[in-house]
Write a protein that binds this ligand. Structure first.
Ligand SMILES: Cc1ncc(C[n+]2csc(CCOP(=O)(O)OP(=O)(O)O)c2C)c(N)n1
Length: 284
């Protein structure tokens, strides 16, 4: 089990990333619902799991990251800022500007810390499997972390990639699914049911781990428990999450798939997130 001090440190990172998101959301429109649902897992991926050299984003030995749910670019940028890829003030300044590094979707042409441009759903995981296959062929020890949305799993290309990853025994591939039960404008189970979701991945031959995607201890344990990169099964970590997590008026509310918060809501949202952290970890 992960040490308490470590869990708290990464949980604090996650809180700070969420507060950063709220600041950006007060300035402009972002995909705040799906950013908040994946913030805890994203904080753990970027500030705990990734083997990475911020001074050399093209380092051959790095772990790779692919944001298949490409609309969660804002949370990715703030998570990367936490390890020093950028000064977070640059994100506020450059967000959604022409040719800027930061926008609603991750762009590899503009930003050297982005390995794959994404935004059109269903494409990131297939690319991640290709990268994982190439790394495996080279005998690399690097992992590929890929974040997928559950609504995104309605795309056929996700399942084609799942077949491929199993066929080629891509144990270096770790997929996090943000299972927030919601897509763009409603609940997944109402218009493109995914359940029994873990069984689907199992049937495709994957190693399946289910966690509470907001419980930092479980997230870290899942990362620590990833199989050796030269073993024989890809892993999917299904994080059960809540869209808009931690902000009462955003939770499970498709109106907050994307939006910009008013002054009053901005303060309320940040207070709620901070209070929830302090209830669990104390004020420090
Ligand atoms: C191919 C494609 N179709 C539609 C969209 C528009 N779109 C953007 S986000 C989104 C919802 C995605 O749902 P999910 O994967 O569950 O992400 P989350 O709930 O975390 O926002 C949709 C349909 C898109 N980006 N790409």
């Amino acid at each position: 089990m992960a040490e308490k001090a470590l869990v708290q440190r990464i949980a604090k990172n996650a809180l700070e990333i969420k507060l950063d998101l709220l600041d950006l959301c007060h300035q402009t429109l972002i995909h705040i619902g799906g950013d908040l649902s994946v913030s805890d897992m994203m904080a753990a991926i970027w500030t705990y799991a990734m083997r990475y050299d911020v001074k050399n984003p093209r380092w051959e030995g790095r772990d790779r990251f692919v944001l298949s749910k490409g609309h969660a670019a804002a949370v990715t940028s703030f998570s990367q800022a936490k390890i020093g890829c950028y000064d977070k003030q640059d994100i506020y300044k450059e967000y959604a500007t022409d040719f800027g590094r930061f926008g609603m979707h991750s762009c590899n042409l503009a930003n050297p810390y982005v390995d794959v441009s994404t935004g059109s759903l269903g494409h990131g995981l297939p690319v991640a499997t290709g990268i994982a296959a190439a790394l495996k062929a080279k005998g690399s020890k690097s992992r590929v972390y890929c974040v997928v949305g559950d609504g995104e799993c309605g795309e056929g290309s996700i399942w084609e990639a799942a077949l491929f990853a199993h066929q080629y025994k891509l144990a270096n591939l770790a997929v996090f699914v943000d299972r927030n039960m919601m897509s763009f404008d409603g609940f997944t189970e109402e218009y493109m049911a995914m359940n029994p979701f873990p069984d689907k991945w199992r049937a495709f031959g994957w190693n399946v781990v289910e966690i509470d995607g907001h419980d930092m201890e479980q997230i870290i344990d899942a990362i620590d428990g990833l199989p050796a990169v030269d073993s024989d099964k890809p892993t999917v970590i299904i994080g059960h999450t809540v869209k808009g997590h931690g902000v009462s008026f955003m939770e499970n509310n498709s109106a907050w798939h994307a939006g910009c918060v008013s002054e009053e809501d901005w303060i309320k949202a940040k207070d709620e997130l901070t209070a929830a952290y302090e209830r669990k970890w104390g004020a420090n």
